[in-house]
Design a protein around this ligand. Structure first.
Ligand SMILES: O=C(O)CCC(=O)C(=O)O
Length: 265
């Protein structure tokens, strides 16, 4: 087992966990080069909004990604962590780089991920990997521990303030903001979080960049329904799930409903 019993218990109770496992330094250095490449290759996209960063050919969202990130998402050590929380039938369905540049990194408002995604029953474990140190000072991930525990999606509204990474924000009556925890990570460390966990992050006005990669895995007992959400920019940027490729990385498609042929170049 990759997570200790205590780490697993923490994930279930709090909705997130920071495992002991971390990436080697040389790999983190190489990932930093990849982040620099992605920023250069996508001059028209905010670096917080590099959706489908694992797809080397330009995706439906117009982002040119990097094959190295797809390889990272397939690494057995990471899949072992994911298997401990969502079981052995694992689908990779998404990957987003949230890179907040030094000085002007944008906020991510409080939200539940499930608000954005066409997965039923709703389920996903996100592995969020720190490529730079991610600290309070440069806008690390913040979570409301235990906010996932009723496994309910709460109402969101469109936050129309300028300079937001995402624009769907949870309604204030569902937010216990006082109870938040900062998830500070050193480069190479990672956190895992549940699809119902309320989380967000602050702006980055510091002199240090904060790049984090969110890799999305779902149990194959759920269906990725490409017809459920029309292509739109409701998130604050364009997302089109209709040709989104899926990879069955472990086990079987136990729902029997997922199509693994769509969207592969
Ligand atoms: O990187 C961040 O600050 C936010 C990440 C996030 O919202 C997510 O992984 O769902």
């Amino acid at each position: 087992m990759a997570l200790s019993e205590a780490e697993k218990a923490r994930y279930y109770k709090e909705g997130y966990v920071v495992p002991d496992y971390r990436l080697p330094e040389a790999q983190v250095a190489s990932l930093r080069d990849t982040v620099n490449y992605l920023i250069e290759a996508n001059p028209g996209v905010r670096p917080e909004q590099l959706v489908n960063a694992h797809l080397a050919s330009p995706s439906a969202e117009g982002v040119r990604g990097a094959a190295e990130l797809l390889e990272l998402a397939k690494e057995p050590e990471i899949l072992d962590l994911v298997e401990d929380v969502i079981g052995q039938d694992i689908i990779l369905w998404g990957c987003q780089l949230f890179c907040k540049p030094a000085g002007d990194g944008m906020e991510v408002p409080w939200h539940q991920d499930g608000q954005y995604w066409p997965i039923r029953p709703l389920a996903t474990c996100t592995v969020w990997i720190a490529i730079d140190d991610s600290l309070v000072s440069n806008g690390c991930l913040r979570v409301v521990p235990g906010s996932h525990s009723d496994q309910q999606l709460h109402s969101h509204y469109t936050d129309d303030r300028e300079r937001l990474t995402l624009t769907q924000a949870i309604e204030p009556q569902h937010l216990d903001e006082e109870a938040f925890a900062d998830v500070e990570l050193r480069a190479g460390q990672m956190s895992l979080h549940d699809v119902y966990l309320v989380h967000g992050s602050n702006v980055n006005t510091s002199v240090n960049r904060r790049a984090g990669l969110a890799i999305r895995y779902m149990p194959a007992s759920s269906e990725f329904n490409r017809d459920l959400i029309e292509p739109s920019d409701k998130s604050g940027y364009k997302v089109d799930f209709s040709r989104r490729p899926l990879w069955l990385l472990r086990g079987q498609d136990s729902s029997g409903k997922n199509d693994f042929s769509i969207g592969h170049a």
